[in-house]
Design a protein around this ligand. Structure first.
Ligand code: EPU
Length: 337
């Protein structure tokens, strides 16, 4: 493992914003992690872990050791007549892993096709789309516990998974994910209830969809609705869909009958942040080199920003205006560094 100095992170983040890391190392083997952390202790430097850089916004230069996780490998560790168990390196590209499973006929994560980022980042924010969350297919996670300075195995029920959250998100820098163990289904039950999936399958005249059909439908939906980071810098959904008390929902619904929300318990509703942002007039708005994406208001795009600060300031304006109009405080989904 070599530690490089004064490295630009521009090629490593999906907003393509400039940010200089004082120190940078690529981790390709789990054993190198301990070495890197020992270096941090010796030099009294903090560390920042990054995967694909697709959910990070760099707002300033970094005086720390940036660890780019590139531990690779997809290993079948066990198999029954109905299930297969895979241990996957944190540095594997997420969509590449999904495609591999789809090709093999192993189901469970096909609805998460085309989500940017790496396998190691997927449990941190418990990525989710089209009625599926990654936690449903995770058995356990092997992570380096930086407090105990040793590798630990965390079973699914120890990972505190929730909507776009986990133990890893709640305790930043405590655990560094090395591998994720998945359970996938050889006779998968496909989740095609989501309206847009049904429409694509219907348009393609597919009555009995295969895993591949569902994955392809999702690739089509995402490609049409979400900007390609290679063309327009972005980090997918910039905000989380907020939860509000039922009473607040009732009051808002009376005032704004088109409000999109659904109950998640007797007392709480989840509101579509995209709708709130659009209702405040932000959809398609551009200010300087930053904009609210014209086809999905939840996504902030870069038209060539220099610093992530430009995106941060723009997001702050959106948060304020949603708060003023609806009394709802949006939370960023993207990690601000
Ligand atoms: N909506 C609007 N205006 C918009 C965007 C959305 O009115 O600009 C409305 C839609 O019409 C729909 C509702 O909001 O009725 C929900 O929209 P959508 O189904 O597109 O999903 P979302 O809540 O906007 C979430 C995830 C996405 C994921 C989709 C599909 C979050 C923060 N985002 O978006 O995840 O792909 O559901 O399941 O939960 C990501 O995290 O990067 C991401 C793209």
């Amino acid at each position: 493992m070599s530690i490089q100095e004064q490295i630009s992170l521009k090629p490593y983040n999906s907003f393509h914003c400039e940010c200089i890391a004082s120190h940078f190392a690529i981790i390709t083997k789990a054993a190198e992690l301990k070495e890197a952390l020992d270096w941090c202790m010796l030099h009294k430097k903090p560390f920042i872990v990054m995967g694909g850089g697709s959910n990070m916004l760099f707002t300033q230069d970094i005086d720390a050791l940036v660890l780019k996780m590139e531990v690779k490998g997809i290993q079948k560790t066990n198999e029954t007549s109905s299930e297969v168990f895979l241990t996957v390196g944190a540095g594997e590209n997420w969509h590449h892993f999904v495609s591999y499973c789809v090709q093999k006929g192993w189901g469970g994560i096909e609805n998460l096709s085309l989500i940017p980022g790496t396998v190691g980042a997927s449990p941190i924010q418990n990525i989710g789309a089209y009625g599926t969350e990654v936690q449903e297919s995770i058995v356990s996670i092997e992570a380096f516990d930086t407090k105990k300075m040793q590798w630990v195995i965390l079973n699914n029920n120890e990972c505190a998974f929730g909507y776009r959250t986990s133990l890893f998100k709640l305790n930043p820098n405590r655990f560094i994910i090395g591998t994720v163990k998945f359970i996938l289904n050889k006779q998968p039950i496909l989740k095609t209830d989501y309206g847009a999936i049904r429409e694509v399958l219907h348009d393609r005249n597919i009555k009995h969809p295969s895993l591949e059909n569902v994955s392809n439908a999702i690739i089509q939906i995402r490609s049409q609705k979400l900007p390609d980071p290679k063309v327009l810098g972005n980090a997918g959904s910039f905000f989380k869909n907020p939860s509000i008390p039922a009473q607040q929902f009732e009051n808002l619904k009376a005032q704004f009958p088109n409000l999109i929300a659904y109950p998640i318990s007797d007392e709480t509703y989840k509101v579509a942040a995209g709708w709130l942002i659009e209702a405040c007039g932000w959809k398609g708005v551009r200010k300087g080199n930053v904009g609210c994406y014209e086809k999905q208001a939840l996504v902030i795009v870069s038209y060539g920003i220099q610093s992530g600060k430009e995106v941060y300031d723009f997001s702050e304006e959106i948060i304020q205006s949603v708060n003023e109009k609806f009394g709802i405080q949006l939370e960023r989904e993207v990690n601000i560094i």
